[in-house]
Design a protein around this ligand. Structure first.
Ligand SMILES: [Zn+2]
Length: 445
């Protein structure tokens, strides 16, 4: 483990010194719970493996809490990225779909990035999703519904009331992209170009607004490297929406409904492995974006707060694509490694790794434990058999929605922490406690 606690200290009531963090790097694996982690770990590192963050000294389980929009006193047991992101970013339990606003009233709630900036720290957001998607937006924007990513998305659709109340003409803060362009956040890296390449209510493109506010806009990995020495605010938009994933299933392998013979017997699906996505293109990896953000933020005179999201673990789980989610979990681990290397030379950095909600994939026995019985039931949804890198075979089942995307699930999620202030991560906490843990570590309260 690293020698920690070298930063300035805060005297506690007992007269001891609580280590203070100068910097915080908060990782969110979207949709990551213990089961999703175990699937990726088994495949990549083997049954006895360990991701770098799983070796962190401090660990907790976090309760994912959400409430009803029409009556916020009533709990809801399955969250989404907007409610989970808001809990972590602002310490407030809200309803699904809300971005840093309170359930019922819509009142904006102050986020850790806003509070850190007000205290003189620099700030950054890195994601493999659209930078205006729910998780990153929860740290820097305030809007009623997560789908209001760009000016065009503010208007009601036949199935979604969207956010007309949040239009600037109606006294609101505008779409998420508009709010990000005016946020003053020092580094914004991800996808979502199409939400910025739109005219706002005054007919001025959001991209133009961003450059008027001092952002240099870059579009691919080479440009990101070229600007590493250039100071000032940076907006990297490396794709139109969600960025392409790093890995896919060999020969299109993914989870599929089981086929039966004409006599009703299960046909075992062909096992497959994972390969690099040939459509990955010129976008930087999550690790490259994390490294670029840390390089830019390193010189911050009063430290920084950086949020890094591996977004498509969730999106690939929705799609029943185990290789997609495994590759994006690998990307998360590599990005955390970059932060750990940074921490070795900057021991006053707190690293947190957590998640916004659980997901649907489960490791199941193949063949069934009850295969000898005539009436043995195999997984009722979709299933994939994966050949792991250590030479085993792992069956992954998705059984939460037979006709559309797989569902989020209501499990608690893990939290890992290393660095000054990490000792507060222990036992069973609320997801919303992470906000206070970061504030205390940075001495913002
Ligand atoms: Zn999701």
């Amino acid at each position: 483990m690293l020698a920690l606690g070298l930063g300035a200290g805060v005297p506690s009531a007992a007269g001891q010194t609580t280590p203070r963090a100068r910097n915080v790097v908060l990782f969110i694996g979207d949709g990551v719970d213990d089961h999703q982690l175990t699937i990726a770990r088994n495949y990549l590192l083997g049954a006895d493996g360990e991701f770098v963050f799983e070796a962190f000294e401090h660990r907790a389980a976090a309760k994912v809490q959400t409430v009803l929009e029409r009556d916020p006193r009533v709990p809801v047991y399955v969250g989404d990225s907007a409610s989970g992101g808001t809990a972590i970013a602002a310490g407030v339990v809200t309803s699904r779909g809300r971005v840093a606003t309170r359930a019922g009233t819509g009142e904006p709630v102050s986020t850790i990035l806003e509070q850190a900036a007000a205290a003189g720290k620099r700030t950054g957001i890195v994601t493999t999703s659209s930078i205006s998607d729910a998780t990153p937006a929860s740290f820097a924007a305030h809007v009623r519904r997560r789908w209001c990513q760009g000016p065009r998305e503010m208007w009601p659709t036949p199935t979604d009331p969207r956010c007309p109340e949040d239009l600037k003409a109606n006294g609101g803060l505008g779409s998420i992209a508009e709010q990000l362009a005016g946020s003053g956040i020092d580094v914004l890296l991800g996808g979502g170009y199409r939400y910025f390449d739109q005219p706002d209510e005054d007919g001025v493109s959001v991209l133009r607004r961003a450059s008027d506010a001092g952002y240099r806009v870059v579009r691919d990995a080479a440009e990101l490297v070229e600007t590493s020495e250039v100071s000032g605010k940076l907006l990297g938009l490396f794709g139109d929406d969600t960025l392409p994933v790093e890995w896919v299933g060999e020969a299109g392998g993914r989870a599929r409904p089981l086929q039966l013979t004409e006599w009703g017997q299960v046909i075992a699906p062909q096992p497959f492995g994972c390969v690099a996505n040939p459509s990955f293109g010129t976008r930087p990896t999550l690790q490259a974006m994390t490294r670029a953000a840390l390089t830019r933020l390193e010189s911050a005179p009063d430290g920084f707060v950086l949020m890094v999201e591996s977004a498509s673990i969730d999106k690939q789980a929705h799609a029943g694509n185990p290789c997609g989610q495994i590759g994006e979990t690998r990307a998360l681990d590599e990005a955390v490694r970059t932060a750990v290397a940074f921490q070795e030379t900057h021991p006053d950095t707190l690293i947190l790794v957590s998640s916004d909600h659980g997901h649907s994939a489960q490791i199941v026995p193949w063949p069934s434990l009850f295969a000898s019985r005539q009436d043995a039931q195999y997984p009722p949804g979709k299933v994939a058999r994966l050949l792991t890198l250590e030479g085993g075979e792992m069956a992954v089942s998705y059984g939460t929605n037979t006709t559309y995307l797989e569902e989020h699930t209501g499990t608690q999620v893990p939290v890992y922490a290393q660095g000054p202030g990490a000792a507060a991560v222990r036992g069973l906490i609320r997801q919303s406690d992470l906000f206070g843990i970061v504030r205390r570590a940075l001495a913002l309260e």
